[in-house]
Design a protein around this ligand. Sequence first.
Ligand code: ADP
Ligand code: MG
Length: 257
Amino acid sequence: MYALQDVSKRFGTTQALRSLTLSLPEGRTTVLLGPSGCGKSTLIRLLNGLLHPDTGRVLYAGKPLPTEAKALLELRHRVGYALQGGGLFPHLSGEGNLTLMARHLRWPEARIRERRDLLVELTRFPREALGRYPAQLSGGQRQRVALMRALMLDPEVLLLDEPLGALDPLVRHELQADLRSIFARLRKTVVLVTHDLAEAAFLGDDIVLMREGQVVQQGRLVDLEQRPADPFVTRFIQAQRWASTSESSPAPEGAPT
Ligand code: ADP
Ligand code: MG
């Protein structure tokens, strides 16, 4: 679905992505994994055209991403995106947030309601909370609204940047299970960012482990474990395992940013 060829991106003196080459298969869930600052969010933002690469190309369905504003906007309607932290508009209710784009595109009311009802059911969002503002929702509910908003236009691709960051462990666990069944039901191309190995293995068909703006290895968890492409792969896995067994300590590499 996506192919990145030799993509670099720099912010001032920070080289966020370094000559990165990667392909992301259609209809599967690919998880971008890696320590904080390794370029995961930058990569996601390149995929929906929010950022343009300094060098290299990003191909979507075999064609370079458009640069012209109108074509880019059309692309974004086909690519659902939930940014890190949810990114809900605080002055709009849950319902207002999730239906915003559809209203902007002048969907008929009946179609909006139908889609909303389907998404409420899909994400198991409490319907009576739709009228609340983000500040009146729990962290888990906000994430569900962000997910519904990303799915509202029924996109081909779903880009989720740390959709489970900053949630307490129980809520996180519940949402992980829900996300997995949602991905299985929808069979969309999903690209999801996390810094948590267990979450990556649970949700992803494929893991892309990144470090300092480059891909270290792409594969399933067993590939990373049994055929590490680099000593960093083993170190990263061990550090995460150690963190998850030593109670209450966060992962040494990769707090959410
Ligand atoms: P991750 O999501 O893996 O934590 P990011 O992609 O957000 O990493 O950031 C990669 C690097 O690029 C970091 O060093 C970050 O500080 C820097 N960076 C990202 N976006 C910007 C920006 N808009 N301006 C300046 N630096 C940025
Ligand atoms: Mg990030």
